[in-house]
Design a protein around this ligand. Structure first.
Ligand SMILES: NC(=O)c1ccc[n+]([C@@H]2O[C@H](COP(=O)([O-])OP(=O)(O)OC[C@H]3O[C@@H](n4cnc5c(N)ncnc54)[C@H](OP(=O)(O)O)[C@@H]3O)[C@@H](O)[C@H]2O)c1
Length: 386
């Protein structure tokens, strides 16, 4: 079975700029790309920490050590790469890392100190770390010690790799992605709620890989009722994310597969401060109680902020229409992956059925980030235009 990271990676912007076919030697971009690829190994294991990879090269450009942050609380990538040098001379070397090295004592010692001690003379970093304990101080400590620091190599790819981490620190809310399967006439289900399956097995494999790339996946009560999904990662190799059920009043029906596996996979039921929906007393399910408005609805923005407190920095919403509409209405969707299938549903449910734009000119706009065939289907990924 293919690894989720490899499956996504082969379709990601990290791969698409074609640097893997660049044979013109170890350029900074080429080695940074290697660091990004290493960082991907932390997917599903390091959050709420960032995904970080590091590569160390000798003055002649030869790679002498590399490593990544493999699990929360584990060695940082820089320390892992230094360890991998295993007695090789690191004096005068360069370290490539996709995030600013830390400069504080946390679960592990500061990476800046280890880099300075090792005699490394040059640090090539993709982006500053927005963590208030770092945020430029790591670079300053290195420069003060006479280390050359260059920042900005493959910055966009590096931000995308850690989009949940940046979103939580810069916006105080989880990154919000959507995945939806549509017929060629733009319907996500028939009028009676039937929607299994719209797209084929290849596109569904992508869905599983996307799940493995997020901290949590969420559906609403209607989708639980109609589809009874498991929301696990099965058709590719990778960690299953936490599952969130937005069913403040409907709760969890008997036979719900999400509840049946809640002892093994983290499962959260979002409800209101006063509701007592079915399943709320299930000890294997975490409860997230939130204020409701006069229509019994939960504010999507507040939900994304509360998720950060639950250690969830990136969320993949898999429907249905009412959940998607309320997140679109709140203008919180950062990325949408739409799988278009070559079939017609006719009268049916649209993904944003209840959404009302504030004005024609103010309607939300998205830009195509990727287009890819999966079997008979086409998956287009869009980013919100800000
Ligand atoms: N093609 C696809 O990719 C795809 C994916 C998923 C689902 N589907 C289809 O979509 C259909 C389900 O869509 P749906 O619109 O009926 O159901 P839904 O959006 O899954 O769930 C609606 C329920 O979610 C809760 N909810 C949603 N937004 C909320 C908010 N802001 N605050 C509080 N609660 C909120 C409410 O639960 P309470 O009732 O508890 O208040 C609401 O009744 C099914 O036919 C399913 O097969 C298709």
């Amino acid at each position: 079975m293919q690894d989720a990271g490899v499956y996504l990676f082969s379709h990601s912007p990290i791969h698409q700029s074609g640097i893997f076919v660049c044979m013109s030697g170890n350029t900074d971009k080429h080695i940074m790309r290697r660091a990004l690829k290493l960082a991907l190994k932390g997917r599903g294991h390091v959050s709420p920490n960032p995904r970080v990879g590091a590569v160390i090269t000798a003055p002649d450009g030869t790679i002498i050590g590399e490593g990544c942050h493999t699990h929360f609380g584990g060695l940082h990538a820089e320390a892992a790469a230094l360890k991998a040098c295993d007695g090789k001379d690191t004096r005068g070397a360069t370290i490539y890392v996709n995030l600013e090295p830390c400069c504080f004592q946390g679960k592990t010692p500061p990476c800046t100190t280890a880099i300075i001690k090792s005699g490394i003379r040059r640090v090539v970093a993709a982006v500053p770390d927005p963590d208030p304990r770092v945020n430029g101080r790591g670079f300053a400590a290195l420069r003060e010690a006479g280390v050359r620091v260059e920042v900005g190599v493959l910055a966009d790819e590096a931000r995308h790799l850690n989009r949940g981490y940046f979103s939580a620190r810069e916006r105080g809310r989880a990154w919000c992605a959507v995945k939806v399967a549509l017929s060629l006439d733009g319907k996500m289900a028939a009028l009676d709620g039937e929607s299994k399956w719209i797209t084929g097995p290849e596109a569904r494999k992508l869905t599983h890989a996307l799940r493995a790339d997020h901290d949590a996946v969420m559906v609403g009560a209607g989708t639980v009722r109609h589809d009874n999904p498991q929301l696990t990662v099965r058709s590719v190799r990778g960690p299953s994310p936490a599952r969130i059920i937005l069913a403040p009043h409907f709760g969890i029906p008997p036979g719900c597969k999400l509840a049946e596996s809640a002892a093994q996979i983290r499962t959260i039921l979002v409800t209101t401060e006063t509701a007592d929906p079915p399943g709320a007393d299930d000890k294997t399910i975490e409860l997230l109680r939130m204020k409701e408005n006069k229509f019994g609805m939960i504010d999507p923005e507040e939900l994304l902020s509360r998720l950060v407190d639950f250690g969830i920095q990136s969320l993949l919403i898999e429907g249905g229409s009412r959940v998607l509409s309320s997140f679109m209405q709140a203008d919180l969707i950062d990325e949408i992956s739409v799988g278009y299938a070559p079939s017609v549903i006719g009268q049916g449910i649209s993904p944003f059925e209840d959404f009302n734009p504030v004005s024609w000119s103010g309607r939300p706009r998205f830009r195509i980030a990727r287009i890819k065939h999966y079997g008979e289907d086409v998956v287009i990924t869009y980013n919100r235009v800000t």
